[in-house]
Design a protein around this ligand. Structure first.
Ligand code: HEC
Length: 140
């Protein structure tokens, strides 16, 4: 009789321990998911800089003209207005002031936003577009 009581106690104890372990794993899994979702919603400037270096720096520098115009201060600037850069007439006539929404459209498809532009390059990934726009915004 005594033996069987302690047996029940041990088995309850093990069930309790298992419940605690499962509970801790669930908390940990949920926390990890929350951290990842947060990271995806807020693209970091660091990732944007990497995208810029990989995809844009062949044609753009921050402070000097290459095949494309310099991009420092582009956010909030009127399109096609860096003095001395020879823009397409299309971009000069576009009457766009660069903001999040039109930069996003521009990078998805320059030709759709400004037909006959000289920039023939698109960024296919929405994550990369969002990140590089955050980076452009940080360039003073
Ligand atoms: C193949 C060369 C090339 C690549 C790659 C390229 N661009 Fe351009 N970009 C240009 C050219 C050329 C222009 C000028 C377009 C015109 O005059 O119509 C331009 C213009 C721009 C403008 C408008 C600037 C202004 O002063 O109004 C922005 C913003 C821009 N590019 C951003 C980017 C970003 C961000 C990337 C990378 C994701 C990129 N570009 C990749 C060639 C390129």
């Amino acid at each position: 009789m005594k033996h069987s009581k302690s047996h029940v106690f041990v088995s309850r104890l093990m069930k309790f321990a298992a419940t605690v372990v499962i509970f801790l794993c669930t908390v940990r899994a949920l926390t990890t998911v929350a951290v990842e979702v947060g990271a995806a919603e807020q693209p970091t400037t660091e990732f944007g800089k990497q995208v810029f270096e990989k995809r844009c720096s062949g044609c753009h520098s921050i402070n000097r003209a290459k095949e494309g115009p310099p991009l420092a201060g582009v956010f909030g600037r009127k399109a096609g207005t860096v003095p001395g850069f020879s823009y397409s007439s299309a971009l000069k006539a576009s009457d766009i002031t660069w903001n999040e929404a039109n930069l996003e459209r521009w990078l998805a498809s320059p030709e759709s936003l400004v037909p006959d532009t000289d920039m023939s390059f698109q960024v296919g990934s929405a994550d990369e577009r969002a990140a590089v726009v955050v980076y452009l915004k940080s360039l003073k």
